[in-house]
Design a protein around this ligand. Sequence first.
Ligand SMILES: [Fe+2]
Length: 136
Amino acid sequence: MAYSWDKSLETGNITIDNQHKSIIESINNLLDACSQGKGRSEVENTLKFLQDYVVKHFSDEEKLQLKSNYPDYKAHREKHEAFKKTVSEIAEEFNKNGASIQLVAKVNSSVAGWLISHIKSEDKKVAAHIKASSQK
Ligand SMILES: [Fe+2]
């Protein structure tokens, strides 16, 4: 199953939205690589891309939060850290057991599922705050 970006995920901040679109695309690439039996190096490449891109995205998003004095910065950052840990654990699990059904299930629930609910609940608040503070 492929994930797609739609209006329900729109935060209204173009930088954040574009990066979210890229993360969703890279989750789809990872799931494709796992389910189409594309071989170890393809899964490794997509996993590495996702990991690096998530780090970059969180860092950019956290900078925007700091710049706009986002009041919930600390708690939000902790959520990002926990997610980075989850992605690392998935990479470790892949190194141990390969692209198993359990791994694909974890990517669906703990990566795609987490991201979608994080965008809807947390990142929308961030984008609204950035917008409000830029209009002051
Ligand atoms: Fe976030």
